[in-house]
Ligand binder design. Sequence first.
Ligand code: 13P
Length: 249
Amino acid sequence: MRTPVIAGNWKMFKTAGESSVFVKEFLPLVAGIKGVEIVLAPSFLSLSAVAALTAGTNAGVASQNVHFAAEGAYTGEVSPGMVKDAGAKYAIVGHSERRQYFAETDESVNRKVKAALAAGLVPIMCLGETLTERESGKTFQVVERQLRAGLSEIAAATAPKVIVAYEPVWAIGTGKTATKEQAQEVHAFLRRILKELFGDAGLAIRILYGGSVKPENISELMAQPDIDGALVGGASLKAASFASIVKFN
Ligand code: 13P
């Protein structure tokens, strides 16, 4: 039984004050909702504030990135231990915007997944093909490479802690959601590889869909057998809209 996860990635939006305003408005809207893991991913600077406001509630906190070293001379970076200390439970790793604008590779993503796990964080590892890759028939090849490389050297016993997020790059922030059939097809493919890699432990891994998820399309996505949740960008920035996604049933 895989508990669904609905995560909001705020990207580079919201100051600490704005984040707190959101949380105070949002929590009453989702109070009492059980059976869904709710995750908010604010900027590093808002982690502590959001973690303090959500402590003891049904919402948890994620960082949007993490460094792969426990500490060291890495000016401007934030370690998994610091994120954990700030009150986060999860860390988004390998988002396509990080791969695209900050030169993250499958190898650095793998190091970050391992570092997050070592610090006691739940990594939310993102992968997905670009439009060019999809149009040239490379979708499955690309996501398979990203999945296998990203989860390299992870033990089967640890694997169920990881969350995978399939985010087709062409669907991010474009309003062009993958159809439920397109998403399900890739999720089922990823699930088969996870089973091959980790056996039954692989079947416990949640696979989220991300890319233009909205209150209007969440139900049909969640109805797919291999879609275990959503990673939501734009539609997670307003409390009412994100709450209605959380209440997808
Ligand atoms: P949008 O929901 O704005 O398309 O963003 C998706 C995303 O990148 C979440 O990580």
